[in-house]
Design a binder for this molecule. Structure first.
Ligand SMILES: C[S@@+](CC[C@H](N)C(=O)[O-])C[C@H]1O[C@@H](n2cnc3c(N)ncnc32)[C@H](O)[C@@H]1O
Length: 246
């Protein structure tokens, strides 16, 4: 049987779900700083494999009800651009608290709305979206639970919440890969190209200290979602969690 986040007190889990507000300000400043080189590094460091992950994530929204789609923690708007291409007649909104990230990506989806906002307190009405997608953003939030709760608030019943993320690795092989890649490749290459080694060291830490995929699924279930699909991609390097607002 799947464990739920509220079965037993889990101080370690609580620590991985939430941290301080100063952390949030630091994360926002960091993303604003690395925005100019973010795309170059992203595609170099993932060897382009993220494009396949993103396509899979977008397709999970095909069965959503009628209505607008929100790309939360949209960054430089790669997912926004794919959404706009896939559903050109739909209202697409890209939201992120780092204005420079949205600015760097705005030409990819010129018709999408851009909103600078915190994913834990968004300026949108309740039940105003048919789908929310979040790519590699949830692990950066200072309080993951608040982020999931906010996604549920803005979604109408039956709406879809898709999370594409690097969760804390579980298997020995994935731990080894994340360890070598995250501790050596990411800070070294990221540091050379962006000139900000600490930013890329942070990104590694954010993966290693985040919740595992099963823990995240339990969190979604506890916050008003029914997890309809959850799977690991490319040997568990990334994962996709799809949940329906109930
Ligand atoms: C690793 S980037 C991912 C960007 C994009 N979704 C993608 O798939 O490439 C994480 C993004 O989350 C944003 N972010 C982190 N915490 C946030 C928060 N509390 N509210 C809004 N955006 C946040 C960062 O500014 C950054 O643009």
């Amino acid at each position: 049987m799947m464990a739920t986040a509220k079965d037993t007190p889990q101080p370690d889990l609580e620590r991985r779900l939430a941290c301080s507000d100063s952390h949030a300000a630091g994360v926002r400043d960091m993303f604003d700083r690395i925005a100019p080189t973010y795309d170059t590094l992203n595609h170099l460091l993932s060897a382009g494999i993220d494009v396949r992950w993103r396509k899979l994530a977008i397709e999970t929204l095909a069965t959503r009800p009628e209505g607008p789609i929100l790309d939360s923690c949209a960054g430089t708007m790669d997912l926004t651009a794919m959404l706009a291409k896939r559903w050109p007649n739909e209202r697409i909104v890209a939201s992120d608290f780092a204005a420079q990230m949205l600015e760097a990506g705005k030409q990819k989806a010129p018709l999408a709305e851009r909103i600078v906002a915190d994913a834990m307190a968004m300026p949108f009405d309740a039940e105003s979206f048919a789908a929310v997608i979040c790519g590699f953003g949830m692990r950066n939030l200072s309080d993951t639970r608040r982020g999931v709760r906010e996604a549920r608030r803005v979604l109408k019943k039956g709406g879809i919440f898709t999370t594409l993320e690097f969760f804390r690795p579980m298997s020995a092989a994935t731990k080894l890969f994340h360890g070598i890649y995250g501790n050596v490749v990411l800070p070294t290459v990221g540091g050379i190209i962006s000139g900000d080694r600490s930013a890329y060291a942070y990104l590694t830490q954010s993966m290693q200290h985040f919740v595992s995929r099963p823990e995240y699924e339990a969190l979604c279930s506890a916050e008003g979602f029914r997890v309809t699909s959850a799977k690991d991609l490319t040997f568990g390097i990334a994962s996709l969690v799809v949940a329906e607002a109930v």
